[in-house]
Design a protein around this ligand. Structure first.
Ligand SMILES: C[S@@+](CC[C@H](N)C(=O)[O-])C[C@H]1O[C@@H](n2cnc3c(N)ncnc32)[C@H](O)[C@@H]1O
Length: 264
């Protein structure tokens, strides 16, 4: 069994026996694919330029009527919310059009506990998250409200800055535009139905914790399911121990911006 335990948050220290989350740092065990995994995530995670991503996606799919936005390893909802906000902020006065075209985001995670947190519509934000939010949103109060509720995640390991964690409530503009569902991405990938090169598959900072042959097989499956023009988006951890860039290129993907690949 490949046992993955808690965590340091330094990107440089990652190895297959270390995996980390951010707002939800915790250790837990899941018997999926013989891997025990912990969590690290955060709003507007700094491994991608969210403003550029929003603008790129809008322009790339300008000619499509509908886009299928799928997210694997969606964790506590931070990434889905970052994606929705980035697209809405990039849309300017075309927000209604964007909602119809891209949403709801279909967000999948295997872990019941983190899924439950995501479905609550509450989110634990550290100072870093709140700062990122102010960078990427014109007004974060368009998306989150204060709440006197607390979000309790079982087995959550508190980070040193957890003293400053604040639970906030996502507004309907976020919660109405995402569906959180439990699924194993290694199985779900085979069900992807890309009608017309109009899919965005985000699978960030989860693949990198699996063995190379499993990642290769997953990327082959993604390549077989996605049609020309669709996008596949990875995260910083996915290329620490594995050459995700070469593997994607060998499987028919072209890099269009940092962490973003287009099926050719
Ligand atoms: C390190 S977090 C990454 C979260 C987010 N994508 C990000 O980049 O911030 C890894 C997530 O992958 C999920 N996960 C692990 N194995 C999975 C699987 N086979 N299918 C779906 N989700 C999985 C874990 O439950 C966890 O929420």
């Amino acid at each position: 069994m490949n046992r993955i335990t808690y965590i340091d948050t330094n990107y440089g220290q990652i190895n297959r026996n270390n995996v980390s989350f951010k707002a939800n740092r915790r250790t837990y065990e899941q018997d999926v694919n013989d891997v025990s995994m912990g969590c690290y995530t955060g709003l507007f995670r700094g491994d991608i330029n969210w403003r550029r991503l929003g603008a790129y996606i809008l322009s790339h799919f300008n000619n499509k009527d509908n886009v299928n936005l799928v997210m694997f390893a969606s964790s506590d909802g931070s990434e889905a919310y970052s994606t929705i906000i980035s697209l809405l902020e990039a849309a300017g006065d075309r927000k209604n059009q964007i909602v119809k075209k891209f949403f709801p985001v279909k967000a999948y995670d295997y872990d019941r506990e983190i899924l439950c947190a995501a479905k609550s519509g509450l989110i634990n934000l550290e100072p870093d998250d709140r700062m990122a939010m102010q960078m990427y949103c014109e007004d974060y109060q368009d998306y989150f409200t204060e709440t006197d509720k607390s979000l309790f995640i079982k087995n959550e390991e508190k980070s040193p800055s957890a003293r400053n964690v604040k639970t906030m409530k996502a507004k309907k503009v976020l919660t109405d535009n995402v569906r959180f569902v439990r699924a194993d991405m290694f199985l779900k990938v085979r069900e992807l139905d890309d009608e017309d090169g109009n899919t965005i598959l985000m699978c960030r900072n989860a693949l990198g914790y699996f063995e190379n042959d499993k990642i290769e097989k997953f990327i082959k499956d993604v390549s077989n399911r996605l049609k020309t023009g669709s996008l596949f988006i990875v995260g910083v951890h996915d290329s620490v121990l594995f050459d995700v860039d070469s593997c994607l290129k060998e499987n028919g993907f072209e890099k269009v911006m940092d962490k973003v690949y287009k099926k050719t």
